[in-house]
Design a binder for this molecule. Structure first.
Ligand SMILES: C[S@@+](CC[C@H](N)C(=O)[O-])C[C@H]1O[C@@H](n2cnc3c(N)ncnc32)[C@H](O)[C@@H]1O
Length: 256
């Protein structure tokens, strides 16, 4: 079975774009404040189809994106061309960053850090970001801490899904199922997509992929080991609201 991260993901990218067209309330403002702190250019890791990157470019910010999926990047590129925007788009993993320039600000959105399944990959990502940042540069990302097992276990092993009308009039049906291991905080899942044209099945894609929920202590350890300072964790998109027991958080830190 192909891995959703590296396999064909054309339907996945199209569906992602349909479901996630724009920044969440407060998200772009939070990012722009980080860009004020860290400066340009900006790099987004796991930029997907450009949900954050495109509004950033439209605001006149010099921004680039990295993603491991050629289909996500193709879609992002096509949306940029339509708008006469020309970001650097790089096909590479966030844990193996190798880019030709330095950045003032590096961001990660939608808890995409969860695509990293091992502490080695987490360390490699933070080391790579540190290397790519200019002095005084800023890294900021949203992430999801491990859920309370009771809040997730009753949905594990149960198919869920839905359907959406695509731009070309076809219908994309999706269904997914996941397992959760409260010991490792790993959530392996399978997602199936089907496209129906005139009520007939025209295309299918199937993925498996594992998301891992990272604890703030583990993130802190690896960010400090990479050399980051002034690390601050807050509620999503707030600059100074303490995290409380929310599962979705944002972290920001700086290179000395
Ligand atoms: C949840 S989507 C987020 C897309 C976009 N950042 C957003 O907020 O809408 C996660 C993205 O990370 C990409 N991705 C998965 N593994 C990756 C890796 N190791 N390095 C870089 N990108 C990765 C996926 O292809 C996908 O586009």
């Amino acid at each position: 079975m192909p891995d959703w991260i590296s396999g064909r993901s054309r339907l996945f990218a199209e569906h992602y774009d349909l479901k996630h067209p724009e920044p969440h309330p407060g998200e772009m403002e939070f990012l722009l404040r980080r860009v004020e702190d860290g400066g340009e250019p900006v790099l987004e890791l796991g930029c997907g189809t450009g949900r954050m990157l495109i509004p950033l470019l439209e605001a006149g910010i010099d921004a680039s994106g990295v993603d491991v999926s050629p289909d996500m990047l193709d879609r992002c590129r096509a949306r940029c061309v339509e708008k006469d925007l020309h970001p650097g788009l790089y096909l590479q993993g966030m844990q193996t960053l190798d880019l030709p320039r330095k950045f003032g600000t590096v961001s990660i959105h939608s808890a995409s850090l969860g695509v990293l399944n091992s502490e080695d990959d987490l360390a490699a990502t933070f080391n790579g970001v540190y290397e790519l940042l200019k002095s005084k540069g800023v890294v900021a990302f949203e992430f999801q801490t491990p859920p309370e097992p009771r809040s997730i276990m009753d949905r594990a092993g149960v198919w869920s899904g839905g359907w959406d009308a695509a731009d070309d009039g076809s219908v994309i049906v999706y269904r997914q199922i996941f397992e959760y291991d409260p010991g490792t905080h790993m959530r392996p899942s399978v997602i199936a997509f089907e496209r129906y044209v005139d009520d007939r099945l025209a295309e299918t894609e199937l993925y498996e992929g594992t998301m891992r929920f990272w604890e703030i202590e583990t993130i802190t350890l690896h960010m400090q080991a990479a050399g980051f300072i002034d690390m601050i964790t807050t509620n999503v998109f707030a600059d100074d609201e303490p995290p409380g027991d929310n599962q979705w958080l944002v972290v920001r830190a700086r290179k000395p």
